[in-house]
Design a binder for this molecule. Structure first.
Ligand SMILES: Nc1nc2c(ncn2[C@@H]2O[C@H](COP(=O)(O)OP(=O)(O)OP(=O)(O)O)[C@@H](O)[C@H]2O)c(=O)[nH]1
Ligand SMILES: [Mg+2]
Length: 224
């Protein structure tokens, strides 16, 4: 008789995307979740919520609950709602726009001061497909900064898919999988930093607190 296969354990983590408007946060999420890209994307209003699951090995799946925040300045005050209790953050800049790296650094300082001390932070230099024609931020400069601040770092392209799944896989591997599994066993349901708030409850609360219509399509997606 065949041995029944153990069901893989699924660990949930809350991930927030931050960065200046138009650097490609929503495009990175769209590439990661649906493997699509739009040349003309509307700027995000408030924030959008999506989920995606990554298989780490035969026994472990990581489910990312993704809050894609709006980069426009008028939404800045909403950001703490999304990064509070986040287990991981992707801070995005555009390699063709040096000021977007300065903005990314200011988000990173804010996360280091205000977010959970154990948050895993990745810096993503997006639009790498434009590197040969329009690069304005040397890769080494961002890489050196990321090293100094102990951040994960990759240059990505939502347009041609470069390093998009790699970015999320890198984050998944750096998450505290052991303690998340133990918390889940104890009935926590989620693996959130600061007391199990990465699960659905945090999402529901945030969505209730926001205006906005549900994004059509995905069952696990909304524009909040
Ligand atoms: N060439 C290139 N263009 C990209 C890439 N990623 C995004 N874009 C384009 O950049 C523009 C802005 O992308 P969005 O994903 O909407 O940017 P965002 O950071 O979500 O912007 P906000 O929602 O306003 O904060 C869109 O026209 C995208 O098509 C990329 O990797 N390469
Ligand atoms: Mg957006």
């Amino acid at each position: 008789m065949a041995t029944p296969r153990a069901t893989p354990k699924q660990l949930q983590f809350k991930l927030v995307l931050l960065g200046e408007s138009a650097v490609g946060k929503s495009s990175l999420v769209l590439r990661f979740v649906k493997d699509q890209f739009d040349d003309y994307r509307e700027s995000t209003i408030g924030a959008a919520f999506l989920t995606q699951t990554v298989k780490l090995d035969e026994q472990t799946q990581v489910k990312f609950e993704i809050w894609d925040t709006a980069g426009q300045e008028r939404y800045k005050s909403l950001a703490p709602m999304y990064y509070r209790n986040a287990n991981c953050a992707v801070v995005v800049y555009d390699i063709t726009q040096p000021q977007s790296l300065e903005k990314a650094k200011s988000w990173i300082r804010e996360l280091q001061r205000q977010a959970d001390p154990n948050i895993v932070i990745a810096l993503a230099g997006n639009k790498a497909d434009l590197a040969t024609t329009r690069r304005a931020v040397p890769r080494e400069e961002a890489e050196r900064y990321a090293e100094e601040e102990k951040l994960l770092f990759l240059e990505t392209s939502a347009k041609d898919s470069t390093n998009v799944s790699e970015l999320f896989a890198l984050i998944a591997r750096k998450l505290p999988l052991e303690s998340a599994a133990n918390a889940q066993k104890r009935g926590g349901g989620g693996a959130a930093a600061g007391g199990g708030a990465a699960g659905g409850a945090a999402g529901v609360d945030l969505r209730r607190g926001q205006q906005g219509a549900a994004q059509g399509g995905g069952q696990d997606a909304c524009q909040c």
